[in-house]
Write a protein that binds this ligand. Structure first.
Ligand SMILES: C[S@@+](CC[C@H](N)C(=O)[O-])C[C@H]1O[C@@H](n2cnc3c(N)ncnc32)[C@H](O)[C@@H]1O
Length: 501
């Protein structure tokens, strides 16, 4: 993540100055100095590991290969700052294959606030999910075993969301494109957990390319706050009694944080509580008790306010709410939209044949891997999708943009793993592998075909798992006489392939 290269730097600078002037009365003189000192330091990029595909020891290996100096993010066990890097974290094959996600450290906080018991299969609504950073974190924290509805009302932003989740290799999710305000009335008391990473004014004091700062008028701020309250209430309605909801923003404006929680508490007293989450942080980072002209209810202080100098992050706000009672019964519920979407599950005999073929061709035992995910296989055009079975049970014919992951594709030689299928399950393939000599790896990562030094024992046009001598997965190739055709998608190809030794 680079610093902002805005076409109007003066607007960004003005926004920062305005925000600083507004926030000055919220901090003691000592804290204010600490904040100003912090803002002089560059913000280190950070990465969050994908435990579906790799383990913390892999992160240490990458650090050696790519010359990274790492520092753990104190509130996220799968997060590390990359303080120095010979090769940028965004330019590795591991990044392109979804082994980790690059994310500002503060954004790792909200999903860490959820309490998920091991082996649970929670039903989760991510109300404002694009481009999907926190959804990937939810997938990781639930080991892709629950069912996540990744929703965003912005049609333009859904493409990025789909791509991020596809790259992450998530199976148990559906992408939808509805206003978050609708979910509470459509699906009251349905979800075990709801994340609202709310649209906000982005007054984080650390402008990034992905989070630019711009001046915000009081009117715009008020409209944002109204939308945040409506989304928060919708999310709470969609939550089961006993369920948990995290409310988060990447702004430090009290109007969009403490005041939003207060508004919901006042409107529906006794429906939810704000829980203390100090155990998730290395040091306290409480929300405001008051602004110069207003005091907030005491439990609002249980929320977390990340001033940048607390843990060297961008500014951020997050709170975990617990629903303790139902909403008043007079609130209107409406039926959700429906679309005819018959799910063409594969027949048991077809599934058995497929599993046998994958064992024979790739040494891949897919059955237990999909059973852990409680996923079924269904055919759509020339693809087989791994689909969360829970979707049909809970959401029936709700229109979706994407459901599950395209795992296999039909070829004249039979079913073969897709790129995403290979990125997710390639390490479980004991056969059907081609090991590239080290000197050919950079050309391969640049998307070039490479010669096959030793012709493999498979028929021409077989799709194989490509690895290097260390066993790291480098995508798929197609055997073509004396060469291996490169099947890396264009978006995965690296312009400048780093050497790793
Ligand atoms: C802060 S961003 C979400 C970032 C995302 N959670 C992540 O971690 O990558 C807020 C998102 O809210 C979406 N949004 C705005 N208004 C919305 C609404 N009424 N319902 C649902 N999503 C909305 C925006 O399109 C935007 O993608």
């Amino acid at each position: 993540m680079s610093r902002v290269r805005s076409s109007s730097p003066s607007a960004a600078e003005r926004a920062l100055e305005e925000a600083l002037a507004r926030f000055r009365p919220l901090l003691s003189a000592e804290e204010w100095q600490a904040l100003l000192e912090e803002l002089k330091r560059p913000l280190a990029p950070a990465l969050r590991l994908n435990p579906l595909k790799a383990s913390p020891s892999d992160v240490q290996t990458w650090a050696e290969w790519y010359g990274w100096r790492l520092q753990p993010v104190p509130f996220c066990p799968t997060g590390w700052w990359v303080c120095e890097a010979t090769y940028p974290v965004s330019q590795t094959i591991e990044h392109r294959l979804g082994y980790y996600y690059i994310q500002e450290a503060a954004s790792m906080l909200p999903v860490e606030l959820f309490d998920f018991s091991p082996n649970a299969r929670p039903l989760i609504l991510d109300m404002a999910a694009s481009p999907g950073g926190k959804t990937t974190h939810l997938v990781a924290r639930t080991s892709d075993r629950g069912l996540i509805i990744a929703n965003d009302s912005s049609r333009e932003r859904l493409t990025a969301l789909r791509l991020v989740l596809q790259t992450w290799g998530a199976i148990n999710l559906a992408v939808t494109g509805f206003p978050g305000e609708r979910w509470g009335g459509w699906y009251p008391e349905t979800f075990d957990a709801v994340l609202l990473d709310a649209p906000c004014s982005m007054q984080s004091l650390r402008p990034l390319e992905s989070h630019p700062m711009r001046p915000i008028s009081p009117g715009e701020q008020q409209r944002l706050a109204q939308r945040q309250v409506a989304l928060l209430i919708s999310g709470l309605r969609a939550l089961k009694v006993g369920g948990q909801m995290v409310y988060a923003t990447c702004t430090l404006a009290p109007e969009e944080n403490e005041a939003v929680l207060e508004a919901a508490l006042q409107r529906y007293p006794g429906v939810f509580e704000i829980e203390p989450v100090d155990d998730r942080l290395p040091a306290p980072a409480p929300a405001l008790e008051a602004t110069p002209d207003h005091s907030f209810p005491p439990q609002v202080r249980h929320a977390v306010r990340l001033w940048p100098h607390r843990f060297h992050t961008a500014g951020f706000f997050a709170a975990r709410l617990r629903k303790v009672a139902s909403f008043p019964s007079e609130l209107v519920t409406t039926p959700p939209p429906k679309v005819r979407m018959p799910l063409a599950w594969l027949k048991p005999t077809e599934v058995r044949e497929l599993y046998e073929a994958l064992k024979r061709d790739y040494g891949l035992d897919l059955q237990p891997l999909l059973e852990i995910q409680a996923a079924g296989l269904l055919r759509r055009q020339s693809y087989l999708y791994a689909i969360p079975r829970a979707f049909e049970i809970h959401f029936g014919n709700l229109p979706v943009v994407t459901l599950g992951l395209a795992l296999l594709e039909s070829t004249p030689e039979g079913w073969t793993l897709t790129h995403e299928g290979m990125a997710r399950f390639g390490r479980h393939c004991e056969r059907g592998r081609v090991v590239l000599p080290e000197e050919m790896v950079p050309a391969w990562l640049r998307g070039e075909d490479v010669p096959l030094v030793v012709p493999p024992p498979w028929p021409a046009s077989r799709v194989v798992v490509v690895t290097d001598a260390r066993g790291r997965i480098l995508g798929r190739g197609r055997v073509q006489r004396a060469q291996l055709k490169n099947l890396l998608p264009r978006r995965v190809v690296l312009q400048r392939a780093p050497l790793t030794s």
